[in-house]
Design a protein. Structure first.
Length: 143
């Protein structure tokens, strides 16, 4: 007898509805997640899996199974609501991550050379200073 696809889908949906709190509880109660994720072993496994996926062109193969309409449907159905909810929850994290760059911009403010009539000179002497200051901060934070 073939598997009833409708029942399979409903079981999946019921399972996710009924087990969401359990998933969160088990995740929160599990200790050592960050240490495990930051370990050399985890980094090596990540590299190996990523290289294997690239070599096998898994991303491209998966995308061949999706249509433009599939992508649009997902965005139309959940995109705006999910985006609003997730960004609202992550606003403090975003601010924490961008704060060092805002500090750089604050330091630069008022210390740039005056504007000139030459757009290339402005690009190099004003915008270039901003770009390089932000670039240096990123290097400092990520190295």
């Amino acid at each position: 007898m073939p598997i009833d696809r409708s029942a399979f889908k409903e079981d999946y949906l019921a399972g996710t509805r009924n087990n969401a709190e359990k998933l969160v509880r088990n995740y929160v109660n599990r200790k050592g997640k960050l240490d495990a994720a930051a370990s050399d072993e985890a980094e090596e496994l990540y590299r190996e899996k990523l290289e294997a996926a690239i070599a096998a062109r898994k991303r491209q193969k998966a995308l061949k199974k999706v249509s433009e309409e599939d992508m649009n449907r997902g965005m139309k159905e959940t995109g705006a609501a999910a985006y609003k909810a997730k960004t609202k929850l992550k606003a403090d994290k975003m601010l924490k991550n961008v704060e060092p760059y805002l500090d750089v911009l604050d330091e630069i403010e008022g210390n740039l050379p005056p504007r000139t009539a030459d757009p290339m000179e402005n690009l190099i002497n004003r915008a270039g200073k901003v770009v390089m200051a932000l670039h240096e901060k990123k290097k400092e934070l990520t190295e």
